[in-house]
Design a protein around this ligand. Structure first.
Ligand SMILES: [Fe+2]
Length: 293
């Protein structure tokens, strides 16, 4: 399998990026690759070092996070002052990530919609309660309560581990190969069920057939122990002080270990892509021969 990880020499959140590199970044990203910045770390200020402890998590949520443009910190256990200080750090990361994306991927600049920004102080290994929530299994991101109707999920990750520990990922085979394998096994879409789940408040909006398929692809990958073991894949230890970007609805990934991560999620309409046909929506529609949203 050809490595989906592509190194970029950008070392600053304020860097300017040459047009040829912008072109390459978009091409790799839309093709299902991971943009990797081995020397792009995010600096914590002296008084922010105290947040590098897992005791700041409220224990209920995996992550401490800011939702979209909201200001109040979720998943946090601490005083009001501490919450404000950590929120400021997370907002600074959100601004840095946005600045980098606007420079690196100018074609998306007007279309990117920021979603959650998270700080992940809890060790990633060994925290899953069920196979469905077990992110040490290869999967593509799809969330049961949040139908996207094809909106892309773009994520910017930065390992801020102070002890130099890497964030251990496994990266799987190309999305079309995975989809070809699992599509025939998925249960059929039931529009009445999607309507009922929306009316009952189980989903934030009505699940489209696309969302139904993406959710069941996520589950099918994680549930298949042989697939987890035998599917084409590679290990990628993202070092402390490095950053990486991918469409996590497209790149098969598993988090095997690591602690202290910053992460920014953004959504992007399929229409903003250079080639919507290479998106999960485009790929699945082509395989099934019908529209899915
Ligand atoms: Fe994931």
């Amino acid at each position: 399998m050809q490595s989906p990880i592509a190194e970029f020499p950008v070392c600053s959140w304020q860097a300017s990026v040459e047009p040829a590199l912008q072109e390459r970044a978009q091409e790799i990203l839309e093709g299902g690759g991971v943009l990797y910045f081995p020397r792009l770390g995010f600096e914590l200020q002296e008084e922010e070092q105290r947040f590098l402890a897992d005791t700041w998590s409220d224990g209920k949520s995996k992550n401490i996070y800011l939702r979209g443009r909201e200001r109040n910190l979720r998943g946090f256990a601490g005083s009001e002052d501490d919450a404000l200080a950590l929120a400021a750090l997370i907002e600074r990361y959100a601004a840095g990530a946005r600045r980098l994306l606007d420079e690196l991927l100018p074609a998306y600049a007007g279309s990117l919609e920021p979603s959650n920004t998270s700080f992940r102080p809890v060790e990633a290994a060994g925290r899953a309660q069920s196979w469905r929530h077990d992110d040490t299994r290869l999967h593509t991101d799809a969330f049961p309560s949040k139908p996207t109707h094809g909106l892309r999920i773009l994520r910017v990750f930065c390992n801020v581990n102070p002890a130099g520990r890497p964030r251990q990922w496994r990266v799987g085979e190309p999305f079309p190969d995975m989809a070809r394998r699992f599509l025939p096994r998925l249960p059929p879409y039931r529009p009445w069920l999607a309507t009922a789940m929306h009316k009952l408040g189980i989903t934030k909006r009505r699940r489209s057939e696309y969302d139904h398929l993406m959710l069941h692809l996520h589950d099918a990958q994680k549930a298949d122990a042989d697939y987890q073991k035998d599917a084409p894949q590679g290990n990628m230890p993202f070092p402390a002080g490095s950053t990486w970007i991918c469409f996590s609805d497209q790149v098969l990934h598993a988090v095997m270990g690591g602690q202290y991560l910053l992460e920014q999620t953004l959504h992007l309409p399929v229409a903003a892509l250079r080639d919507p046909g290479r998106s999960p929506l485009g790929i699945l529609e082509k395989m099934l021969g019908r529209t899915l949203v």
